[in-house]
Design a protein around this ligand. Structure first.
Ligand code: NAD
Length: 458
């Protein structure tokens, strides 16, 4: 994946002098920093700002506060990206502003849009010249209009400004690649000037013939939430089918390949696992469900997908109980993978951490390893025994669970792993290991939807 990424970066370099806009990015997290680095790579002058002074301090000293493949190289090779913790000054500096602040869920299950409105207020107060504001943060339906009113309310001199919605579709773990080679760009605006401006800012994407879909603001808001809801439904669907395969003897790999070869279904998002997580899916799906409730519409399919997702962590824990066949209290369980998916250090709503919480509540002793996510996991579960390697995790463990699909787990010396364990029980909740090889090594091994013994009775 990496070499592909770098060859693509080299490929787009000759285009980088075409467009040169000056852009301020508010919020320098996974989306803001990746957007900033890629827009700089496209030839724009970028100023990334954030209220988190420590983050800006790190970035100003060449350190990257998050793990994302290819990001460090991109930031280091572009001198036209700068960082500031003075958000007001950063807004004043440029006439294009992208809002990339977090829009998390509050404890009551409502969207917490306080960071978004606080950025909007600050933009209103600092409209020293006409500006275009692009919202990149994911928002509940109808929010862009409210952000516009907020900016207007604090715009005491009635300076001209325009607003557009530019939803982001990048995935953590392949965020740079996704940004520079997206399937499509969606822009909620009916203004011809904004359409021209964004086409210039994203010149290399235009030149690659990436489709630019200009829509009403309301449609762009819906596209983002509906896309994530659809993917969540697809994941919950394949997880349920995998659970069925576990009972019938069918192999989910074969089933997924068989159905995915139908173009109407497509072969993506058909890997079963411990359920979806991350900072986006649970929040965005809750946002659309809340919106639907406000409008009196019952989104039954999406509601069922959420329910199935909650159930999936229980399925994984049940597999552990069935394998060990003794109460879990006092057992030592090795956990491989804590991030919500591979190639990221992000543990927000990670199914791995959900499973860890439930095991801890049962009195299980946990030793864990993740290649990138242990610092973040420690903030949630400081009491785990964090190990330096996967081999350390295996030592004297009663069972191992693979909860994140890091490639390095499939390349371990599984003979050595087997020899270190107290009992060779293995739950591969990501289906990354070859079943037959592990069975030959003597593991009692369970995947998701990959049964070995149960078959239909004739
Ligand atoms: P993040 O938490 O990594 O980053 C948000 C940043 O905004 C933080 O650094 C925070 O300090 C900063 N911030 C908060 N309030 C601020 C303010 N008033 N002024 C300046 N900075 C402020 O979040 P993220 O993962 O980058 O997500 C940002 C948005 O993009 C969310 O709405 C999210 O749903 C959406 N999104 C995320 C992804 C993803 O994969 N992470 C993908 C697509 C869309």
């Amino acid at each position: 994946m990496r070499s592909l990424l770098y060859s693509f970066l080299l490929l787009i370099s000759p285009f980088t002098l075409h467009s040169k806009h000056k852009v301020t990015i508010i919020g320098t997290g996974y989306v803001g920093l990746v957007s900033g680095a890629c827009l700089a790579e496209f030839g724009n002058d970028v100023l990334c700002c954030d209220v988190d002074e420590y983050k800006i301090h790190l970035l100003s000293n060449g350190e990257i506060p998050i793990y994302e493949p290819g990001l460090k190289e991109l930031v280091h090779r572009n001198p036209n990206i700068a960082f500031s913790s003075n958000v007001a000054e950063a807004i004043q500096k440029n006439d294009i502003v992208l809002i990339c602040v977090g829009t998390s869920l509050s404890n009551s299950g409502e969207a917490d849009l306080s960071a978004l409105y606080s950025a909007a207020k600050l933009i209103g107060e600092n409209l020293n010249k006409p500006k275009t504001v692009y919202i990149k943060s994911t928002v509940p339906l109808g929010t862009v209009k409210k952000v516009k009113s907020t900016i207007q309310r604090y715009n005491k001199n009635s300076t001209d400004f325009a607003i557009a919605y530019l939803p982001e579709f990048l995935r953590e773990g392949s965020a740079v690649q996704d940004f520079i080679q997206p399937d499509r760009i969606v822009i909620g605006t009916e203004s011809k000037e904004i359409q021209k401006q964004i086409s210039e800012i994203l010149t290399p994407l235009r030149e690659q013939n990436i489709p630019f879909l200009f829509t009403k603001i309301e449609s762009a808001e819906a596209i983002k939430l509906v896309a994530n809801s659809f993917l969540a439904v697809k994941i919950s669907f394949i997880n349920e089918i995998a659970n069925l395969c576990d009972q019938t003897g069918a192999d989910i790999f074969e089933v997924a390949k068989g159905i995915g070869s139908d173009n109407r279904i497509g072969n993506k998002c058909l890997n079963p696992g411990p359920g979806y997580g991350g900072s986006c899916f649970p929040k965005d799906i809750q946002a659309i469900l809340n919106n639907a409730q406000e409008f009196g519409v019952n989104l039954k399919v999406i509601t069922a997908a959420v329910e199935a997702n909650h159930f999936q962590t229980k399925v994984v824990i049940e597999k552990l109980k069935n394998t060990l066949q003794t109460p879990l209290k006092g057992k030592t369980i090795g956990i491989l993978g804590l991030a919500f998916k591979a190639n990221t250090d992000d543990v927000r709503n990670s199914p791995a951490l959900q499973i860890v919480s439930e095991l801890l509540a049962m009195g299980v002793k946990i030793q864990a390893y993740d290649p990138q996510a242990m610092l973040n996991a420690k903030k949630v579960h400081p009491q785990l025994n964090y190990c330096k390697t996967s081999y350390e995790v295996a030592k004297n463990a009663d069972a191992l669970m693979i909860l994140t699909e890091w490639e390095e787990f499939s390349q371990l010396d599984w003979v050595q792993m087997h020899n270190s364990m107290k009992q060779a029980h293995l739950i591969d909740a990501r289906n990354i290991l070859p079943l037959d090889k592990l069975l030959k090594l003597g593991f009692k091994h369970t995947g998701i939807g990959r049964p070995f013994e149960k078959k239909f009775q004739d």
